[in-house]
Write a protein that binds this ligand. Sequence first.
Ligand code: CP
Length: 313
Amino acid sequence: MEKNSVSISGKSVVGMKDFSSDEIRLVLNTARKFKQVIRGGEKKLPNLRGKAIVNLFYEPSTRTRTSFELAGKYLGADVVSITSGTSSIVKGESLRDTLRTIEAMGVDAIVMRHKSEGAADFATKAVKPIIINAGDGAHAHPSQALLDLFTIEQAKGRLAGLKVVIVGDILHSRVARSDVYAMTKMGMEVHFAGFKTMLPRFFDFDGVTVHESLEEAIKNADVINVLRIQLERQQAGLFPSTREYARVFGINEERLRLAKDDVLILHPGPQNKGLEISSEVTYCANSAIHDQVQNGVAIRMALLDLTLNGGAK
Ligand code: CP
């Protein structure tokens, strides 16, 4: 355990707005230790032996669901994953009843993804197990923000003072919302770039600079976080066409030349190749997209261990 008074033991993880910089630092430092475990041969730790975790996913996921499941298993917990399509949710069971049913089975934590903003907060009030928000609509995706910070710090050796540009559909992005709270708390300089229609209408982020020109935004950037264009949430027609989006805001090698030589490229995944990012950029030496996935397991191990176990072992 960290030799200071900071603790998130027993805390539900709903959003980065509720985390202090000291709490974020605790998670990042703990993840660093777990990354060594993942890289070592023997991944089974006893930290969460006797604990039960349910992954409750109402929306599709590859990275978040699998990494939370592996994180719990690497720490010795019993982990069960439920998806909406293969549970009694398809028979019309309410979220409250589903949560209470899972609680009745004696679980210690519920990792939850839901299409509605506020679903994770609702869950914290409906049941006693620790709730970890794995994404709720366009509201928050806290473990993604933490793994983004961790990936940047691993690559750059620091966070404070770095210029990060978040490009894309900020309006629909729970990643952008969580990133901006986490990054500004850690002293980073945050910029948004996107079509005007993709920026929050009621702009409520202190200390963020907004650009409608990608070229202007990425000048001297240390980090570019390329958001996925969420085609499933684009009924409102926020841009003329995917071709137009790629032409104006797509991240390609030519545009990268405007940023610093060692600019770090992030993308939460899954990627729309040729739309928000080119294949060349995904696989270039500056890309940390693959590292983000491994770092996601370490961050989720840290979150589970610190909330369920206080990081005691
Ligand atoms: N980044 C992210 O949340 O990916 P998944 O949807 O695959 O979990």
